[in-house]
Design a protein around this ligand. Structure first.
Ligand code: SF4
Length: 198
């Protein structure tokens, strides 16, 4: 899996280059954090989850413990359909994993300052480019899955799932129950024309 990481970064870079010209009127500013607190799902692929886990290994032990607690709380809230802030959002509204943030966070911006009444507005061409990049991300991670950040990180923290995934094996039956209840998509199914939700 690790050998796929340069290709993942290449998808991010190409998207940035393709959409740069449309983002000149973005109202986003450092320290806003609206998308990290009020956005719906932050979908990631398992490969993106792997990159984030690696970054987390470099955190101090106390931060790792705190994050484990925050993720448990966030999962419980999400399971009750309660909007919850991203556990990686720090008190100063900066992202703890900015350098390795997932594509969901890279693609979003807004042409106006957002509020609950006025959610983000994104240029149509950027939305279309994002759709293409998401297909590429899922194709790259063809034996993996997609779903909300904390659910995918939880799956990767399960040794049996991690082993299967790292070996490049495809055994969706092993996560069927969790997948169904947490709206996890099978990346491979997108390219076979079948329903991609477990
Ligand atoms: S990963 Fe970072 S940028 Fe993405 S929602 Fe969380 S705090 Fe915000």
């Amino acid at each position: 899996m690790k050998e796929k990481i340069p290709a993942l970064k290449d998808i991010y870079t190409r998207f940035e280059a393709k959409t740069l010209a449309y983002k000149t009127d973005a109202a986003c500013e450092k320290g806003c954090g609206y998308c990290c607190t009020e956005a719906g799902r932050i979908d990631i692929t398992t490969l993106e989850g792997l990159v984030i886990r690696k970054a987390m290994e470099g955190f101090e032990r106390s931060r790792q413990k705190n994050l484990t607690k925050l993720f448990q709380q966030e999962i419980r809230k999400r399971e009750k359909k309660v909007v919850a802030a991203c556990p990686f959002l720090m008190k100063n509204n900066a992202c703890m994993i900015y350098e390795v943030r997932p594509f969901s966070c890279r693609r979003i911006y807004s042409t106006h300052v957002c509020s609950r009444e006025n959610p983000p507005r994104v240029n149509r061409q950027v939305m279309e480019a994002a759709g293409q990049s998401i297909k590429e991300l899922r194709q790259l991670d063809i034996t993996g899955y997609s779903g909300h950040l904390s659910f995918i990180l939880y799956m990767l923290s399960t040794p049996a799932f991690l082993d299967t995934y790292m070996e490049g094996k495809f055994k969706p039956e092993e996560i069927m129950e969790f997948g169904k209840t947490h709206n996890i998509a099978i990346n491979k199914m997108i390219f076979t024309g079948s329903s991609n939700i477990i």
